[in-house]
Design a protein around this ligand. Sequence first.
Ligand SMILES: Cc1cc2nc3c(=O)[nH]c(=O)nc-3n(C[C@H](O)[C@H](O)[C@H](O)COP(=O)(O)O)c2cc1C
Length: 179
Amino acid sequence: MKKVLIISSSLRGGSNSEILAHEAERGAKDAGSEVEFINLKGKDIKFCIGCLACQKTFKCVQNDDMAELIGKVQNADVLIFATPIYYYEMSGQLKTFLDRCNPLFPQANKFKDVYLITSSYDGSENTADRAISGLKGWIECFEQSRFAGALVGGGVNEPKSASGREDLLQKAYELGKNI
Ligand SMILES: Cc1cc2nc3c(=O)[nH]c(=O)nc-3n(C[C@H](O)[C@H](O)[C@H](O)COP(=O)(O)O)c2cc1C
């Protein structure tokens, strides 16, 4: 059974990317995966300070919620990150989360498939290209991981608008079902 960890990074109520991430969760559960869904809202995750102490100790010198979350990242077979598109990139909170995974570098731990789910006002196909590219940079540093796919949820702006987008909900469900 695959262990799937979903990290939803939007901090707003009625988050579109989170609605899509929950559909992926439903699909993954239907496929028999063990799924944990984590929202970064209310989590204490400080910026990486770049001291590199973690490269010797495999631990961050900062004591916050990342201490628990990083263990979950390490143990997952599949990671699904969900983010709103902010200025044609991933959210700052997701980038901070990725930076704070540095204690795992370069152990790479077990092989992981990594997916990205985005939501944005812009419905163009390439809206999430920079966010995908940023995530691929992170994946490149963990050799045993690979980018496994993205769901680009374009054309959703107001909170909860993804709920009315059957096309995106279906794609999100399938992403989860097929991992
Ligand atoms: C600071 C900020 C920057 C944004 N930048 C973009 C953008 O560059 N392109 C775009 O299409 N939408 C942009 N949006 C709109 C959001 O991506 C959109 O509302 C999305 O559905 C939010 O996802 P969420 O509900 O999961 O937070 C931006 C929104 C905010 C708050």
